[in-house]
Design a protein around this ligand. Structure first.
Ligand SMILES: NC(=O)c1ccc[n+]([C@@H]2O[C@H](COP(=O)([O-])OP(=O)(O)OC[C@H]3O[C@@H](n4cnc5c(N)ncnc54)[C@H](O)[C@@H]3O)[C@@H](O)[C@H]2O)c1
Ligand SMILES: [Zn+2]
Length: 359
């Protein structure tokens, strides 16, 4: 078992990573809860809900609620439905909500837990690789028709319990998606970890490697959010690769590409810009080859227009006064925020799209 304590301003909480831990959940949950509501999505419920309910034992009063899988469930409608479920099963301050699923479930359920009775305890049980990123740091949210994560709060779980055995049922694109954020954490922190990852083939990655990468990724994220919980300064570094990723996701329409795959591609762009603007020495060609050999879907960028992407990037919420603040790398492990002019971005994007078309 690997574990790590995260120091949030509200409380410390533990992240536990272990294969098969869902079968013995009760051992990891404080004994004073009377009632538990497990919330999950309809894909995850088919595979893991029975195990989790059994893992909670017979003594607890356990209830379940299931939402449709997919980003569209991070909605007012499902939020309201889940609050109804909380009221119906009469959750009180001695109750616990368990969020079983990927980042969608973590964000939605965390937001329910943060507002029901002005906040009751919740535990994150991530079932995707990407959720190593979303389950720590305390950001919980639902989407508004006008934009992602517009309604939310900062609310930390009382624990994160990661059963890595559940990751083996993930489809290939969700493994790529998770590794988009993993490799971002590697570029933010360690040359050695980066070169190790650049030799990994996601088609036959070992369980040991996944466990190791999740723990490393969580450590990087925790280190950053512990010193800047509310994104006033260095938490912005976690947006490495995200400005282009968000533009691509919204231009293609959500669901056409997974978030982490878009981040993986956005990171390629950020590395190229870092080379040009900061003269940074970075393994960009090796990274591009890694994306290609692991089938990141950058083909869909080939038809996108530079001007439209630029417009989308300027609408991204990290834009201050219409200039684009870009997270770049001076070198691996040394991020910085640089303001780029439209002209610069346009030139870089043109070169980048050309490179994508030629790859
Ligand atoms: N709060 C944060 O800091 C933060 C950070 C990054 C991302 N996010 C949010 O996370 C969400 C994306 O998370 P995600 O990529 O985990 O998506 P997701 O939760 O939608 O899961 C992706 C797909 O995989 C399925 N799935 C989940 N676990 C599975 C398993 N073990 N086996 C088989 N299928 C499984 C789901 O049903 C879904 O279809 C977005 O809403 C994003 O905004 C939040
Ligand atoms: Zn992300």
């Amino acid at each position: 078992m690997s574990s790590l304590t995260i120091h949030a301003s509200s409380h410390d909480y533990e992240v536990i990573i272990e294969e098969g831990i869902r079968h013995e959940l009760l051992n990891y949950i404080a004994s004073d809860y009377r009632k538990v509501l497990v919330i999950t999505d309809d894909k995850v419920s088919n595979i893991y809900l029975d195990d989790v309910v059994r893992g909670l034992g017979k003594e607890l009063d356990v209830h379940t609620s299931i939402v449709p899988s997919g980003e569209s469930s991070k909605s007012m409608r499902q939020y309201e439905r889940l609050l109804d479920a909380c009221v119906e099963v009469q959750l009180d301050r001695h109750s616990l909500i368990l969020a079983l699923g990927g980042g969608m479930i973590g964000d939605l359920v965390g937001f329910v837990a943060s507002t029901y009775l002005r906040g009751i305890d919740f535990i994150q049980m991530p079932t995707t690789i990407l959720a190593h990123d979303s389950s720590v740091g305390g950001k919980v949210a639902i989407n508004h028709l006008k934009g992602k994560n517009l309604i939310g709060s900062f609310y930390n779980p009382v624990k994160v319990i990661y059963d890595t055995e559940t990751l083996f049922t993930l489809p290939a694109e969700e493994i790529r998606s998770g590794y988009g954020e993993v490799i971002k954490h590697a570029f933010l922190s360690s040359e050695e970890w980066c070169s190790n990852l650049l030799q990994v083939s996601l088609d036959n990655i070992s369980s040991e490697q996944i466990k190791d990468d999740l723990m490393k990724g969580i450590k990087v994220k925790a280190g950053i959010v512990e010193s800047d919980e509310r994104e006033k300064g260095i938490r912005r570094y976690l947006n490495l690769g995200h400005t282009l990723a968000h533009a691509v996701e919204s231009e293609l329409g959500y669901g056409k590409i997974t978030h982490g795959e878009a981040v993986g591609i956005g990171l390629w762009f950020a590395l190229r810009v870092s080379q040009r603007k900061l003269d940074a020495s970075l393994p960009v060609d090796r990274y591009r080859d890694w994306l290609k050999s692991n089938h990141y879907p950058f083909d869909i960028l080939k038809d996108l227009e530079v001007d439209t992407l630029l417009k989308r990037m300027k609408w991204d919420k990290k834009t201050v006064h219409q200039k684009i603040n870009y997270v770049l790398l001076n070198q691996i492990g040394t991020p910085c925020v640089v303001e780029l002019s439209d002209q610069e971005i346009q030139t870089d994007l043109n070169l980048f799209i050309k490179e994508v078309r030629a790859t």
